[in-house]
Write a protein that binds this ligand. Structure first.
Ligand SMILES: [Zn+2]
Length: 511
């Protein structure tokens, strides 16, 4: 046997308990052929000496938004006064919609309104996306097209969705360009697989054809597509199949190949902390509000049951503890109606988890897909609105692991910084960007945090048999780092030297 590639001089952290470290990695036909003595004597078409660099399995981002992240909008990130935002939006290029992103209402001198935007719109519709993804500000041109909605321009959740829907669709060409832009960015941060968190309908939908964009784009990263539950429709299958609703052709989780596949069915049960729409069992501190469930309990419960019955893995967006209660009840009921071994349903975000909910998450085998970088970026704000009793319950780490729960790391990019090393650092140190301790008792070890971004992500995406560790037989996805995260005191700053997908070098940092 002749290897395609032999990597020597590695300090590999394999994440495989059977063989945690390796110095030599043999690659053949896109897979890991063997480690160390298994491949030492085999010839190779190419041998590369990594000179002692650290090698990890490629990072898996188990919840991200590639098209939304790559969208070319006017960036108003960091602008905190109405006048500066209006300056930036004046004379926007092009015709048609003016789209901006990066608005942070919490940081503003005063909230931006439709009347403000009218002054610079030139009669064009204007859509300013809030950082949270759960709100926007639009101008009067947009409001006029939304009869029945009375607002000064600030729209959240379903009203935001109505405004968003006016803008759709984007073309396949636009979406493909966005995907390539995001793939380039994530590869440079060591990410080799992304789960796109909801195509087909809802706030983050781009086009009724968007799966076609992924199929045609031939991206250099692996992608798994979560499908919005809103595209389930009634089907007249044989009653013995027990599938009342499905997507066309009955496709469901698992269809596809190792580069592009269908992942979970995505459902939304509440909003977000930033927009104060995550559903809580006790009010946000200082507002009196407790957020809200996304839809009626009956319709959400029916979608969860129907998705489960149709063979989907479910990925249920639930951030507040009340939404998590609802989700756990609905998942338990679906399993009671029709038990499915290893259904492996996920809770996306799983943001505020009361102590009494930990045991239920464990016993139902639910996978929390968390976003540690939320607390790095927004931990100060979230700590204030949760108060000292609840703040330590946010985006947990240690408690999940101590309950035997598998945790998957993710970014929710572009809502927060997408770099896995930033998130891994947060999971270990539990410090916000200002240095504030956020739930320090939830800190986990560097290796546990790496596991969340490798094996944990692979498990959440049902790909642990081919991804997540440097194990002979698995796909040769790996990242080469300039320093060992286990001994670094600035994990987020470690340079990503190279990223490989299926044995092919996709990025290489020129040093
Ligand atoms: Zn998301």
């Amino acid at each position: 046997m002749k290897l395609d590639l032999k990597l020597t001089g590695c300090r590999a952290i394999t994440m495989d308990p059977a063989r945690p470290a390796a110095h030599t990695i043999g690659i053949w036909q896109g897979r890991i052929a063997g480690l160390d003595e298994q491949v030492a004597d085999l010839p190779a078409a190419e041998t590369v000496d990594l000179g002692g660099a650290v090698v990890l399995p490629g990072f898996i981002d188990a919840h991200t938004h590639l098209a939304w992240n790559g969208r070319r909008t006017i960036d108003i990130t960091g602008l905190t006064t109405v006048s500066r935002i209006l300056d930036r939006l004046t004379d926007a290029p092009g015709t048609g919609w003016v789209e901006a992103s990066g608005y942070d209402r919490r940081a503003m001198d005063r909230p931006l309104t439709a009347l403000d935007l009218d002054r610079v719109s030139g009669g064009r519709p204007v859509y300013v996306a809030d950082l949270s993804g759960h709100a926007c500000v639009v101008n009067s041109v947009v409001l006029k097209r939304l009869p029945g909605i009375t607002s000064d321009g600030w729209l959240t959740e379903n009203e935001q969705l109505a405004a968003r829907t006016l803008r759709l669709p984007y073309s396949l060409g636009e979406i493909t360009a966005e995907l390539h832009e995001s793939a380039r960015q994530v590869l440079s941060e060591g990410v080799t697989m992304c789960a796109e968190a909801g195509i087909g309908a809802g706030l983050i939908a781009s086009s009724p054809l968007e799966a076609a964009a992924y199929q045609r784009a031939q991206l250099p990263i692996r992608v798994q597509l979560m499908v919005s539950a809103h595209v389930l429709h009634d089907v007249t299958a044989d009653p013995s199949d027990g599938v009342p609703r499905a997507i066309d052709l009955g496709l469901h989780t698992g269809f596809g190949d190792d580069m592009l596949s269908l992942g979970a069915l995505k459902l939304w049960t509440d909003g977000g902390m930033m927009a104060r729409t995550a559903a809580l069992s006790e009010p946000y501190l200082g507002t009196g509000g407790s957020g809200q469930l996304a839809e009626s309990e009956g319709s959400m419960r029916a979608a969860i049951a129907d998705g489960h019955h149709a063979g989907w893995q479910l990925a249920v967006h639930a951030i507040g503890d009340r939404a998590i209660d609802f989700t756990l009840d609905a998942l338990q009921e679906a399993q009671r109606q029709r038990p499915r071994a290893d259904a492996r349903h996920r809770i996306e975000h799983c943001g505020l988890v009361r102590p009494d909910q930990l045991g239920r998450i464990a016993s139902l085998g639910v996978v929390p897909v968390v976003q540690p970088a939320f607390l790095h970026s927004y931990g100060d704000d979230y700590s204030e609105i949760m108060g000292p009793r609840r703040a330590p319950w946010m985006y947990r780490g240690r408690s999940f692991l101590d309950h035997g729960i598998t945790v998957a790391g993710s970014s929710d990019r572009p809502v927060a910084d997408g770099a896995p090393l930033r998130a891994i650092e947060f999971m270990v140190r539990r410090r916000s960007s200002s240095g504030r301790a956020v739930g320090p008792d939830e800190a986990i070890t560097v290796e546990e945090a790496i596991r969340a971004y490798t094996l944990g992500g692979a498990y959440a995406c049902r790909k642990e048999h081919v991804l997540g560790s440097l194990t002979p037989g698995k796909l040769a996805d790996l990242v080469v780092l300039g320093e060992d995260p286990r001994t670094s005191d600035a994990i987020a700053e470690i340079p990503v030297l190279a990223t490989m997908v299926g044995g092919t070098l996709m990025t290489q940092r020129s040093s």
